[in-house]
Design a protein around this ligand. Structure first.
Ligand code: NDP
Length: 280
């Protein structure tokens, strides 16, 4: 029987501490969230971010733009936000319409306000271990490990997935924490043999129930980043087949209620950090 890592509980604790911190600050931290188009899932994410800001005392500005917005128009809004002293963090919700380059937009956000840490300056700083902001989802995973007293030092860590927003930065953070890190992807041969070596297995591939019990070592810590929507339902399931993996794991994150709640929390944390930097 594994310990179920309670991301909701840890997230609530971190948010309570943040709310206290904000009360003692002279500047009210501000986050701008920009959404282009009417993707229903994105609209929910954006609304949740606004609500989370309000709950901890962060000022938030939600800027909803029509799908026809041109790249230049979007960049000029980002330019305004880059220069707005009330705003300490800027997030542009993905996906963007096809006529807008995500890369151009990410690179246009001031690195000082890039609370998603997707900008190349911040990505580079993470590589050197000298950063202000960490990408929210991998940072949330590291907080969960720390809060449950799971030491990464010397452990075999296997990350499945190599995206720029989850897999790669996740591997880098585990490396900074002195893990021995292997990164797997769709071309990895004998995936199950590699994942079976893991003391700490982090899965971020976007395929429901893909990792099964036979791919996991007894006593492994299993972190499921996956969020796969069940068609025609509000249900979300992970990349890890909980039923067959949980009996083998020592610790496991559920979906929902594991990594998910931490992502927005780390966004709030980055926004507060940015506002604190502004004070100095
Ligand atoms: P991407 O689609 O960008 O990347 C998926 C990665 O998984 C790729 O590196 C791909 O390999 C790899 N992959 C795909 N199929 C396989 C396979 N059969 N075997 C091994 N590796 C495979 O996804 P993201 O990183 O953006 O997201 C991953 C999951 O995490 C999704 O379910 C997403 O919804 C969820 N997510 C959850 C968040 C949260 O807050 N909890 C936040 C962000 C994401 P290759 O590079 O070779 O194509």
């Amino acid at each position: 029987m594994a310990v179920i890592i309670d991301g909701k509980q840890i997230s609530a604790e971190v948010r309570t501490a943040l709310a206290e911190e904000i009360k003692s600050m002279k500047t009210v931290p501000g986050l701008a969230v920009v959404i282009v188009g009417e993707d229903p899932a994105s609209q929910i994410y954006v609304r949740n971010k606004g609500k989370a800001c309000e709950e901890v005392g962060i000022y938030s500005e939600i800027i909803e733009l029509p799908a026809e917005t041109s790249q230049d128009e979007l960049l000029s809004i980002i330019n305004r936000l880059n220069n707005d002293p009330k705003i300490h963090g800027i997030l542009v919700q993905s996906p963007l319409p096809k006529h807008i380059s995500e890369k151009a937009v990410t690179e246009y956000i001031s690195p000082d306000k890039d609370v998603d840490a997707f900008n190349m300056v911040n990505v580079g700083r993470i590589m050197f271990g000298d950063y202000d902001f960490l990408p929210c989802t991998p940072a949330g995973v590291m907080v969960l490990l720390e809060k449950y007293g799971i030491d990464v030092t010397g452990k075999e860590c296997v990350v499945v997935g190599r995206s720029n927003i989850v897999g790669k930065p996740m591997a880098m953070l585990l490396l900074h924490a002195h893990g021995t890190v292997t990164v797997c992807h769709s071309r990895t041969k004998n995936l199950g043999e590699v994942t079976k070596r893991a003391d700490i297995l982090v899965v971020a591939i976007g395929k429901a129930n893909f990792i099964t019990g036979d791919m996991v070592k007894d006593g492994a810590v299993v972190i499921d980043v996956g969020m796969n929507r069940v068609p025609d339902s509000k249900k979300v399931i992970g990349d890890v087949d909980f039923a067959s993996v949980e009996p083998k794991a020592s610790y496991i994150t559920p979906v929902p209620g594991g990594v998910g709640p931490m992502t927005i929390t780390m966004l709030l944390k980055n926004t507060v950090k940015s506002a604190q930097k502004d004070l100095t």
